[in-house]
Design a protein around this ligand. Structure first.
Ligand code: GLP
Length: 260
């Protein structure tokens, strides 16, 4: 694992610059292992393409552990996902429940009951959002919150405009987000559900620690905005400023930096 550089940004983030996606994944997987070893509060987990190599790196790392050591680490696993699409359930390959089963629950042999997501098939969406936020609060809130970054600056599915106090709720998608996530729905933005339940910025900002992972050149424009702009509803991720423990793990492509 090659960590290129530790910096502190003017926005107050610790910035970990890594050469590429693989290095980012190894770095973040290690942070997850460290957090699991402490087992203080539930993990907050994200989905999306950015997290696929991260979860693969976690699975690979633990494959090298002895069975008792793995069982100790994973035995009291508890996690809460950021979000879920509305109108689809675990049986739909585009759902985040299916994503979690594929990338973590099945390969790690986790108890699915300990990997919590909003229920995308709930009849009353607002009631489901409330149930989910209460379940998280009852579990003690998030310890380490893993975040990806949307092209429009969303974290979870907190779409712009969004203020810092927004709680867990039902959201409507921007066209950018449906386009960004179309790959999981046969490439057709119109096939992406129109709504989701997301943890709010309030719950995300209440996490003890936040790790935002940004990789690839496509994220360079939004990462530049995040590192340079003051907090505003137009860029929901900007409300992470002011949190005392945010680490941004970014590769050189996302930072528009050439090989060192
Ligand atoms: C998605 C999810 C987030 C994810 C982000 C980035 O829409 N709601 O949890 O982190 O947007 O996605 P990706 O990693 O695919 O670029």
């Amino acid at each position: 694992m090659v960590v290129v550089d530790h910096r502190r940004t003017s926005a107050g983030f610790a910035l970990l610059v890594v050469p590429d996606t693989t290095s980012a994944a190894l770095q973040v997987a290690q942070l997850l292992v460290d957090e699991l070893q402490q087992q203080r509060q539930p993990l907050g987990l994200a989905t999306g393409r950015t997290m696929e190599p991260v979860y693969r790196a976690l699975v690979d790392e633990l494959a090298g552990w002895s069975s008792p050591a793995r069982a100790r680490l994973l035995g009291s696993w508890q996690s809460f996902n950021l979000d879920e699409y509305m109108g689809i359930g675990p049986g739909h390959p585009g759902s985040f429940a299916a994503y979690m089963a594929h990338h973590l629950v099945d390969p790690l042999g986790l108890d699915p009951a300990r990997v919590c997501l909003p229920d995308g098939l709930a009849a009353d969406l607002a009631a489901e959002a409330l149930r989910y936020s209460r379940a998280l609060a009852a579990a003690g809130g998030i310890g380490l919150q893993l975040l990806g970054l949307g092209l429009n600056g969303h974290v979870g599915f907190n779409e712009p405009p969004c203020g810092p106090e927004a709680g867990t709720r039902v959201v409507d998608f921007c066209p950018t987000t449906r386009a960004q996530n179309a790959a999981a729905f046969g490439g057709d933005p119109a096939a992406v559900p129109a709504q989701a339940i997301t943890l709010g910025l309030a719950e995300i900002r209440a996490a003890s620690r936040i790790v935002l992972v940004v990789t690839g050149a496509a994220k360079a424009p939004v990462l530049t905005r995040l590192l340079q702009e003051p907090p505003s509803p137009a860029l929901p991720a900007s409300w992470l400023q002011g949190h005392p423990a945010v680490t941004v793990v970014a590769d050189r492509a996302a930072l528009q930096e050439g090989p060192g």
